[in-house]
Design a protein around this ligand. Structure first.
Ligand SMILES: C[S@@+](CC[C@H](N)C(=O)[O-])C[C@H]1O[C@@H](n2cnc3c(N)ncnc32)[C@H](O)[C@@H]1O
Length: 224
């Protein structure tokens, strides 16, 4: 279990059950089963090889009988009544949206979503806020030179995000303002570089994307 995984575990409460979608090595379900979690534990993956790895890791820890292994796309085999916590970590934000889109049942206050997008977190925040999810917490986890984003959400609220906040999350609910500032500076540099790249081309500065990037950059600067 790395720091990123431990950060996810912090948001899991005792309850009916959890599903770890895209479990890969199965570290998270195995850790939960070995550390006194009493609810149902489901490890799901679309590929057979990672699921087999997850089984082997659970076996080594002696907790195979505590975990249900599902070979499937996203949440398609998950029984809604068996869980209250949905974890989708280590995937692109767009793929996480697709998985949630195909499981309309998770649009219900009963489910807590713990999401950890590796890329395109802005797409995921856009999807969540446009589908009536409330973003309850934003966490940033520094590890191996990266800053991983973690989003905790529940259906039935309204979170309004500005353009910059779609990329960065809301400061008020971010657990660490120093890391928030680091992430903000990183994004500012990213947008400055993208804008400078566009401006190298004479037509670039007139593109709609140029205006949009400038607006996002201005908002990111304002969020400090
Ligand atoms: C990079 S690993 C992330 C593993 C772990 N969740 C983590 O955060 O370290 C992504 C895993 O997601 C699985 N995966 C990709 N698309 C999926 C889908 N639509 N449904 C379920 N699993 C998926 C892959 O097979 C792979 O094992």
């Amino acid at each position: 279990m790395n720091k990123r995984m431990h950060a996810i575990v912090k948001y899991i409460e005792p309850g009916r059950g959890l599903i770890d979608v895209g479990t890969d090595h199965g570290y998270l379900p195995t850790w939960m089963a070995s550390h006194g979690y009493h609810g149902n534990i489901i490890a799901a993956d679309i590929n057979a090889a990672p699921l087999q790895k997850a089984r082997e890791n659970a076996e080594k820890a002696g907790v195979t009988d505590r975990i249900t292994f599902q070979l499937c796309d996203g949440l398609e085999q998950c029984k809604p009544e068996s869980v209250d916590t949905i974890i989708i970590a280590g995937m692109g934000g767009d793929l996480i949206c697709r998985i949630l889109d195909l499981a309309e049942w998770c649009m219900d206050r009963r489910y807590k979503l713990i999401l950890q997008p590796m890329t395109k977190s802005e797409v995921l925040r856009y999807w969540l806020t446009n589908n009536e999810f409330e973003i309850l917490a934003e966490d940033l986890v520094p590890e191996g030179g990266n800053l991983y984003q973690l989003i905790v959400a529940r259906f039935g609220g309204s979170t309004r995000l500005s353009d910059g906040e779609l990329f960065l999350g809301k400061k008020q609910i971010c657990t660490d303002w120093e890391l928030y500032e680091q992430q903000r500076q990183k994004l500012i540099k990213r947008f400055e570089a993208a804008i400078a790249g566009m401006e190298k081309n004479a037509a670039g500065a007139g593109l709609p994307a140029h205006r949009l990037y400038r607006e996002i950059l201005e908002d990111l600067e304002r969020l400090g």
